[in-house]
Design a protein around this ligand. Structure first.
Ligand code: FES
Length: 137
């Protein structure tokens, strides 16, 4: 089995592309300075570079909401955002909703109602940022 290189690596080798842009953003309370190519989506940055896989990749077309994160407190589909557009932003993923080992109250509720969620075909990580933002709005 051959592993594909991560999407942010130049396909020709292991060096980042010379087209990379340095961006700085805060993700789940942690400051990150990363270099990304202009075509890298926020979802790819979160999942592939920062290993925050709670941000799901499903339709990749803005239809399912599985990739929803909060950008400066507003719901955003990470698959439709270029990472370079989010320079200086404060991003919250589903991982960032918890406070260390203490889950967000809505995450606790989802766990307690896991069976009903499965019947409704809901995937907890996907709608959690959306629900959290809706409650706070
Ligand atoms: S992956 Fe479906 S909306 Fe982003």
């Amino acid at each position: 089995m051959t592993l594909k290189p991560p999407r942010w690596i130049d396909q020709a080798g292991a060096k980042p592309s010379p087209h990379c842009h340095a961006i700085h953003l805060q993700v789940d309370g942690h400051l990150h300075s990363v270099e990304v190519e202009p075509w890298v989506t926020l979802m790819e940055l979160l999942r592939d570079r920062l290993h925050l896989t709670g941000t799901r990749e499903r339709c990749n077309h803005g239809e399912c909401g599985a990739c929803t994160v909060l950008v400066d407190g507003r719901r955003t589909l990470a698959c439709l955002q270029l990472a370079v557009m989010r320079e200086g932003c404060d991003i919250t993923t589903v991982e960032g909703l918890a406070n260390g080992e203490v889950l967000h109250p809505l995450q606790d509720d989802f766990i307690q109602h896991e069976e009903a969620m499965a019947e409704a075909a809901l995937n907890p990580p996907a709608p959690m940022p959306t629900i959290t933002a809706t409650v706070s709005e």
